[in-house]
Ligand binder design. Structure first.
Ligand SMILES: NC(=O)c1ccc[n+]([C@@H]2O[C@H](COP(=O)([O-])OP(=O)(O)OC[C@H]3O[C@@H](n4cnc5c(N)ncnc54)[C@H](OP(=O)(O)O)[C@@H]3O)[C@@H](O)[C@H]2O)c1
Length: 428
């Protein structure tokens, strides 16, 4: 197998691959493998759930990184820094203030943007500052418009020679890489032409996430769902089109509903799949009813207005937190690929705690960017220039640490919660 060593240069990210026969499991041991030690990583929104979880995961995966926790609240920042230890510090920064942003990015190798919500944001201020300060960039954006705005800065990022990835969290993020790998395997194994890709997501409660995720969910309910059917773009009502999907071991069967998520468009365009959709469901079951009711009862203009949505969040947050305490925070992603010759494959990723696995997933992308897996430009995770094809397996290995179930390239019957028994070669 390949031994991989990396050279990090803040303005030019290069990777050197060599061959030797060291053990596959060594891939997870970053300390021996890479030269990303002492790199400086700024996590914007680091005082929040996703950013904090990313900082903790990075400090475990690569203890020699210097972590800068960026946010507006020093008290919250100092509390996290005390957990992260000596190699970290708090940096006061407001992403709405270009001067404060550029000052924070000075002398930083990579900025990880988790300071959402990304919905209805007017500009990609952090990516623009990353380009002007020649800093590598990634975000955990989960909004189609924002991701396309980020992509529109591609040429500027190329000119500045900086690598950047948008939508690089757990979903979207790891789910895009799972989809790309299913498609690659299907093509390699001559399973016919990939025809339909379905992203299915389940999270109990808010998944232990912050108030921003509640705002994100409400803002998404105000957006028409874009899906693709046999190559044609279609628009559908949010939180409709229910399916009961089997998420397998530890999660079971769950109801999920259509949502407007950026990976649908990027998978359709980049992976060339004619039919693509994404659905999401939560627990307890009445939250799903509540979400469906909101799309019918509250005008979509209200659900698209950040200020009005913030008022709704303030109203609902205490109830949501109380129910979160009972619901837990299990998370599962299932990606289904159907090919032309009746062959189908599935990938599943399930974890007991979204608040932990979102950080592990985001950290896996951060390490990939630092190690030189990403070319200059702005990319989606499924693009080979975003995460090099050879590096996808390592990214999935890192992201899936701590999962209760992680499978790829299985036939659908193999992942069923209650597998049918095979008697004399026949499924019953
Ligand atoms: N792609 C994925 O897989 C994925 C998964 C989950 C969540 N997300 C997205 O991640 C985002 C964060 O979610 P979360 O649960 O971590 O929310 P959160 O706990 O509310 O954290 C958001 C953080 O952003 C910071 N922030 C907000 N506005 C800021 C500003 N103007 N300047 C600097 N910092 C600012 C806040 O810090 P201070 O108030 O301390 O300044 C806050 O701590 C959401 O947009 C969510 O949709 C993506």
């Amino acid at each position: 197998m390949a031994r991989i060593s990396f050279q990090l240069n803040p303005t030019l990210f290069t990777r050197v691959k060599e061959s030797n026969s060291s053990n596959e499991s060594q891939l997870l041991n970053l300390q021996n493998k890479t030269q990303i030690k002492n790199s400086r990583v700024l996590i914007l929104g680091g005082t929040g759930r996703v950013g904090g979880s990313t900082a903790l995961a990075l400090s475990k995966l690569s203890p020699d990184l210097h972590l800068l926790v960026g946010g507006r609240n020093r008290e919250k920042g100092d509390a996290l820094v005390s957990k992260l230890g000596e190699n970290s510090e708090f940096v006061e920064v407001n992403i709405e203030n270009v001067k404060s942003l550029e000052a924070a990015l000075n002398d930083v190798d990579l900025v990880v943007h988790t300071a959402g919500p990304f919905q209805q944001a007017e500009n990609c201020t952090v990516l623009e500052a990353a380009i002007s300060t020649k800093t590598a960039y990634m975000d955990v954006c989960d909004d189609t418009s924002y991701s396309l705005q980020a992509k529109s800065l591609h040429e500027k990022a190329v000119a500045a020679n900086i690598p950047a990835i948008t939508t690089a969290g757990i979903y979207p993020g790891v789910s895009n890489v799972m989809a790309a790998e299913l498609v690659r395997s299907a093509r390699d194994e001559n399973m016919g032409e990939p025809q339909r890709l379905r992203f299915s997501y389940y999270t109990a409660g808010t998944g232990g996430a912050g108030p921003t995720i509640l705002a994100t969910s409400f803002l998404l309910l105000g957006e028409e769902v874009v899906a693709y059917n046999k190559g044609e773009k279609i628009k559908l009502k949010p939180y409709t089109g229910m399916l009961n999907v089997d998420f397998g071991k530890g999660i079971g069967k769950r109801d999920i509903y259509l949502l407007n998520l950026p990976e649908v468009r990027s998978a359709h365009e980049i992976l060339g799949i004619p039919t693509v959709s994404a659905r999401f469901g939560t627990a307890p079951f009445f939250w799903n009813w509540g979400m469906a009711a909101m799309t019918s009862l509250i005008p979509s203009e209200v659900l698209r207005d950040r200020k009005k949505v913030q008022k709704l969040v303030d109203l609902f947050d205490p109830v949501v937190r109380a129910i979160d305490g009972i619901a837990g925070e299990r998370v599962s992603m299932r990606v289904d690929l159907d090919c032309s010759n009746d062959r189908s494959t599935v990938g599943i990723f399930s974890h007991k705690r979204l608040s932990v696995s979102v950080g592990t997933s985001t950290a896996a992308f951060a390490l990939a960017v630092l190690e030189g897996s990403t070319q200059p430009g702005v990319w989606f995770p499924e693009e080979p220039e975003g995460i090099a094809v050879d590096d996808r397996e390592l990214l999935l290995q890192r992201a899936s640490q701590g999962t209760i179930n992680f499978v790829m390239n299985k036939a659908p019957w193999m992942v069923e919660t209650e597998p049918k028994e095979l008697v004399f070669g026949i499924f019953i």
